[in-house]
Design a protein around this ligand. Structure first.
Ligand code: DX5
Ligand code: ZN
Length: 236
């Protein structure tokens, strides 16, 4: 799904659920339920126990889940060596790989490698990392992920002081003439009370885990509510 703005400047809103809160003993069913609830893509949080103090899934789990869901998969690689396994995540069915600027000594080369492997490359920045860290690689990516929590766990509190950085990244993308190609994603603490501010700041792709899986009115309601709040704020 292109993140290109529509003729009246409205950006396509995407809801990308984090699979982290799912019941991993029945992952296939959980993915099918997410697809039925109307989400746009699946966000796999890959953690190596080094870059972040947690350990989650690798290519085998993603590959075995591929047949249960027809939506695009993105892998959020919270790992120190994304180059080593990039081809494995793509072979497992991921069409976008998100690497952390803080983990890549040669970020420009890493993003170029992902593109040359036939997948979309994207770059993520932690809360303490400035927007300028991505200024020279925007032509290599289709998305910039501004973390709104310190990565490593779901269920954390949204850091509102990241909104000016979302705005800055949006401005860098516009200044580079890449608005029709590069979207801004936010990840961490996104829910009914935080999504509007992030959308108003310039984000159009929203990762949410606990706010979707723990919603009292169920998944489908949680997804449509989040999408409506984001859409209302992004054109306000
Ligand atoms: C954190 C992950 C997020 C997280 C989101 O490191 O990158 O994707 O799982 O979960 P919530 O929406 O519960 O903050
Ligand atoms: Zn994530």
């Amino acid at each position: 799904m292109s993140s290109a703005p529509s003729p009246n400047g409205e950006r396509a809103i995407e809801i990308a659920p984090s699979v982290l809160p799912a019941d991993f003993s029945k992952l296939g069913d959980e993915l099918a339920a997410l697809e039925a609830a109307g989400v746009d893509r699946i966000h796999w949080d890959v953690m190596d126990g080094q870059f972040v103090p947690n350990l989650t899934v690798g290519p085998p789990v993603i590959a075995s889940s591929r047949r249960h869901c027809s939506l695009p998969f993105e892998a959020h690689l919270m790992v120190y060596t994304p180059d080593v396994m990039a081809a494995d995540y793509i072979a497992a069915g991921c069409s976008r790989l998100i690497v952390h600027a803080e983990a890549c000594t040669h970020l420009h080369r890493t993003l170029g490698n992902i593109n040359s492997l036939g997948a979309s490359a994207a770059v993520a920045i932690n809360p303490a990392t400035p927007a300028s860290a991505v200024a020279h690689v925007l032509d290599l990516v289709d998305l910039v992920l501004v973390m709104t929590v310190n990565p490593g766990f779901g269920g954390q509190k949204y850091i509102a002081s990241m909104e000016p950085k979302v705005r800055e990244v949006r401005a860098l993308i516009e200044a580079a003439g890449l608005s029709d190609r590069v979207a801004v994603e936010v990840d961490g603490g996104i829910g009914p009370s935080t999504v509007a501010a992030a959308a108003e700041a310039g984000a159009s792709v929203f990762v949410a885990g606990s706010a979707l899986f723990n919603h009292p009115d169920g998944l489908a309601h949680a997804v449509s509510d989040l999408r409506a709040r984001a859409a209302a704020a992004s054109i306000a």
